[in-house]
Design a protein. Structure first.
Length: 579
């Protein structure tokens, strides 16, 4: 028999009962009644639907529509949905501008705001609807932190743009900027690319950071397998939203909290998927951050090991030929997961659908004749998509992208810049040339503050057809970047990391096989005469972030006492080289 709204707890195991049950909660119920709740609703699990909807970007502009489908699923399954909205900072629009400093910071703000909304109202479960890059790991970080029933639902990839008969993505417009500055593309040509690459709703179309993390969360089990794959404008996207709404109520009733799915094993599976798909180096930082929030011992070395074990089997941009929509048509994340399971690259883990990861993979339907996904017997690239390397320049590590090139060793003179803008202008005016090692520093988590991505620089190099260069930074790279690039150099320049001591003309050696970045000078002697650089002033949230953010090697999280950086003993320079 249903109790009335003044009786003692009707839902002794429900978080929301602390807000809705008993005579002392009459005032709270009066507010909730005004918002639409009725007597019967107080007995239902209250489900937060946290949305990152915004009209500023195609990645998120359709998420308000998806929320309606999620809401319908929650209601159909016997829950009561309540909606919240949080922010997005779009990388593509802010790229190459001061606004890009806000991007990584927004990851923490989104995670914090999800936590505050859910904890402030003691909701029983949550569906996080996400789009642009940082919103995806932010949602998983919040779930890991709160450890309540929850899932992440990705708004989906954009469809390809078309120029003539060629399918294109946003990657092409950044490269077109470089071609335009080199004089090989005129104004009309640049505008034609600009006007074509983003045909509508959805996140950037390659295996860039958004699609990489959407796949990672599906393989991790915190997103329902298949839901994230469906493109933003696909007619079946709504059905996936309704499914997510039903699933979250099931998880609440089953008492399955987020950390059931966010474990060391599932994080390792996710890292293997990133490598096998040729995914973004940003995944290293994001997976490490999710692990830190969950209290799981998982770090950059675990990501590196995943790449050793998993060659690239997906021919996806930025290093390959195809886009995420093509992967969806070929068989999607289920097909990639099936390949990984059959090859023994991953282990079976639970997922929020209630089925195991291998059960989900067994349902893969491979499109006849598809060319997007190969096999581990015949990989697209014989090694993983990135590596974590150390050395004189990066004692706590750096992440080097391995897709899109076959270089193992690079040596050249340093061309040093203390900001992304200075480096970009040098590329555009021809100051940087073949054989150089471009170093962009003071762009790390504290130095930026905010750790900007360097897509504008890497794309300009590509557009100007400057291929024989390396680029090191204590900032990040976009998932759309490719070439011989290493980011996340730690410790960063702003805290006195060795990258701050390098001067123009120093010889830099990057050795992928031996996992080292070294410089041909005595850094101890140079440090003795070093005058610290005055970092850019910061105020407001930027100052708060600078004061609290951890090293990139620790996921650049802002939680107190993050796990220490993983630094293997093998990263120390051999004694023979010390003499």
């Amino acid at each position: 028999m249903t109790q009335d709204s003044t009786s003692e707890p009707r839902k002794p195991n429900a978080r929301s009962a602390s807000v809705t049950a008993g005579p002392n909660r009459a005032a709270a119920r009066s507010y909730l009644r005004a918002a639409g709740m009725q007597d019967a609703d107080f007995d239902k699990p209250m489900i937060g639907i946290v949305n990152t909807w915004s009209t500023v970007t195609p990645c998120n502009m359709h998420l308000d529509r998806l929320a309606k489908d999620v809401r319908a699923g929650v209601i159909a399954a016997g829950g009561y949905p309540v909606d919240f909205n949080t922010i997005v900072v779009t990388d593509g629009i802010s790229m190459g501008t001061p606004g890009m400093k806000a991007s990584l910071i927004s990851r923490e703000v989104v995670a914090d705001s999800i936590e505050l909304a859910i904890e402030g109202h003691q909701l029983d479960g949550v569906v996080c609807i996400v789009g642009c890059d940082k919103t995806i790991p932010a949602a998983a970080m919040a779930l890991a932190r709160m450890d309540i029933p929850g899932l992440v639902y990705y708004g989906g990839t954009i469809l390809p743009g078309v120029i003539g008969t060629k399918e294109v993505s946003v990657q092409e417009v950044f490269e077109a900027i470089g071609a335009h500055s080199a004089g090989t593309l005129d104004d009309a040509g640049l505008k034609a690319v600009e006007s074509a690459v983003c045909p509508g709703a959805g996140a950037c179309g390659g295996q860039f950071t958004a699609n990489t993390m959407a796949m990672a969360l599906s393989v991790m089990g915190i997103s329902p397998m298949g839901a994230n794959d469906v493109p933003a404008v696909d007619p079946n996207k709504g059905a996936e939203g309704e499914r997510c709404g039903r699933i979250i109520v099931e998880r609440v009733l089953a008492g399955d909290n987020a950390r059931k799915y966010i474990t060391k094993a599932s994080l390792k599976n996710a890292a293997v998927a990133v490598s096998a798909s040729g995914g973004s180096t940003n995944a290293v930082m994001h997976l490490t951050a999710i692990a830190a929030e969950a209290g799981v011992d998982f770090g950059v070395e675990d990501c590196h090991q995943a790449c050793i074990e998993a060659p690239v089997i997906c021919d996806l941009k930025p290093g390959g030929r195809f886009l995420a929509s093509h992967l969806f048509a070929a068989g999607g994340t289920r097909l990639v997961t099936q390949r990984m399971a059959e090859a023994g690259k991953i282990v079976d883990t639970p997922t929020v659908t209630g089925r195991s990861l291998f059960e989900e993979a067994a349902d893969a339907e491979e499109a006849p004749g598809q060319l997007v996904v190969t096999s581990f017997d015949a990989p697209v690239m014989a090694r993983g998509s990135y590596a974590v390397i150390y050395g004189d320049v990066a004692p706590e590590g750096a992440v080097i992208k391995l897709t899109g090139h076959k270089v193992d060793v690079f040596e050249g003179p340093a061309c040093v810049f203390d900001s992304e803008e200075d480096a970009f202008h040098a590329v555009q005016d021809g100051t940087v040339g073949e054989g150089d090692v471009i170093i962009i520093r003071y762009e790390g988590p504290k130095g930026g503050p905010g750790m900007r991505e360097m897509l504008q620089v890497t794309a300009a190099l590509k557009g100007r057809k400057i291929d024989n260069v390396a680029l090191l930074t204590d900032g990040r790279f976009s998932g759309a970047s490719y070439g011989f690039v290493a980011g996340h150099v730690s410790p960063e320049a702003a805290v006195g990391g060795p990258i701050a001591l390098i001067r123009d003309g120093d010889r830099i050696t990057i050795d992928v096989t031996n996992r080292r970045i070294d410089v041909n000078v005595d850094l101890a002697t140079r440090r003795a005469g070093f005058t610290p650089h005055v970092v850019r002033p910061a105020r407001g949230v930027f100052a708060k972030y600078r004061a609290s953010v951890a090293s990139a090697a620790q996921g650049a999280v802002t939680i107190p006492n993050p796990p220490p950086a993983q630094i293997p003993a093998s990263s120390k320079k051999p004694a023979a080289q010390d003499a």
